[in-house]
Design a protein around this ligand. Structure first.
Ligand code: AMP
Length: 355
């Protein structure tokens, strides 16, 4: 995996000692700790200020110990303490967001997965180049407003929770559009959304083989998004716009879903293509990732985004999902990460899953 030379020694240091699973106390941390504990690994919560009080309510998921830092951006300064505990950092969306992708990439502590993926995933254009060249079907991209020939969505770069996104039924809806930052315009895909929780193991030789390893589907969810999910109750878009109400896509929670079984070949094919291309482009994406897409009435699956790490939708399944139950009992994404670390350690292949 594309490790920097300085990471080599850090990874080597983990070969013959107990590992501690460490992550920032937020997002999917409870599930990560719960899963690590099921595999009898030690856990460390990195808390900004003091440990979150709500952790006290979840005794099976609380970490064994805490590292308190003044700000998420300063986690790098605690590398020595983290390495002394044999930490493997498990990245999640909030960790990378709060710390900053550059600082996260420069962390002098072993990280689960290939951190090279961050450079491909955080830039919408690079991500599109990756998925396009993998042969994955995506919503069409319109270069300019004049190119629009149907419903469209304007998305700002790195928009947190889709705030400020603009929906347009057609080109003329955007004639007075004044962008407030860099953006992309996409075909608005009408259909139903599915967020697929995949895990790619470069070590596994069983199951659905992709590249040197295999691809597992451990769960699926749909995100609850405010205010778009409920906006229709107030009337038509014209009326709402006149009243100053604009759609937003702020994720407030998650609901479990399953896709019809006849879609599974297509969904696995998409996951496999994304992995195969990642191996060619940057040495492979390892561990959890989420493919986010829309199934149309023609049963086409169009991918609008991928997240190259554990997503919060996996929190639905601390003891297994409709899919992971068919892989192994009580298998959460957090537990699967812990299993992979232990397997890599026992096969002396930590460099294949840690960077
Ligand atoms: P994103 O920031 O790309 O994850 O998009 C945030 C939300 O906007 C998604 O969860 C979808 O609900 C919606 N969305 C994004 N792209 C599209 C699209 N091309 N067509 C329809 N809805 C979309």
């Amino acid at each position: 995996m594309g490790t920097r030379p300085s990471s080599r020694a850090l990874i080597d240091a983990l070969r013959h000692r107990p590992v501690t699973v460490a992550t920032l106390c937020s997002h999917s941390s409870l599930q990560i700790f719960h899963g690590a504990r099921m595999e009898r690994l030690s856990t460390l919560g990195i808390a900004v200020g003091k440990p979150p009080r709500y952790y006290e309510a979840f005794p099976l998921a609380r970490p064994d110990s805490y590292l308190t830092v003044p700000k998420a951006t300063e986690v790098g300064k605690y590398a020595k303490q983290l390495n002394a505990l044999g930490s493997v950092i498990v990245p999640h969306g909030s960790f990378v967001e709060y710390m900053g992708a550059d600082r996260f990439q420069a962390l002098q502590v072993p990280v689960f997965g290939n951190r090279a993926v961050l450079g491909w995933e955080s830039d919408r254009r690079k991500e599109r180049a990756w998925l396009d060249s993998a042969g994955v079907s995506m919503p069409r991209r319109y270069e300019t407003i004049d190119d629009i020939d149907g419903p469209a969505i304007v998305k700002y770069y790195g928009a947190k929770g889709g705030k400020g996104f603009v929906l347009a039924k057609n080109r003329s809806d955007l004639k007075d559009f004044k962008p407030s930052g860099p953006y992309v315009i996409q075909e608005y895909v009408l259909g139903t959304r599915y967020y697929l929780h995949f895990f790619y193991s470069p070590l596994s030789r069983d199951g659905y083989r992709v590249g040197p390893g295999s691809l597992e589907l451990l769960g699926m969810d749909r995100r609850d998004e405010a205010n778009i999910d409920e906006l229709y109750k107030l009337g038509s878009q014209e009326e709402l716009t006149r009243a100053g109400m604009r759609p937003t896509f702020v994720v407030t929670g998650n609901v479990p879903v399953v896709a019809r079984e006849s879609l599974l070949p297509k969904l696995f094919d998409v996951g496999a293509r994304i992995i195969e291309r990642s191996i060619e482009l940057f040495g492979g994406m390892t561990g959890p990732f989420c493919v986010e897409g829309i199934v149309t009435e023609e049963l086409e699956f169009k991918v609008f985004e991928i997240s190259a790490r554990i997503v919060a939708g996996t929190n639905l399944f601390p003891n297994g999902s409709s899919y992971s139950d068919l892989v192994a009992p009580q298998l959460s994404m957090g537990r699967r990460i812990a299993q992979e670390i232990l397997r890599a350690q026992s096969e002396d292949r930590l460099d294949a899953v840690i960077s």
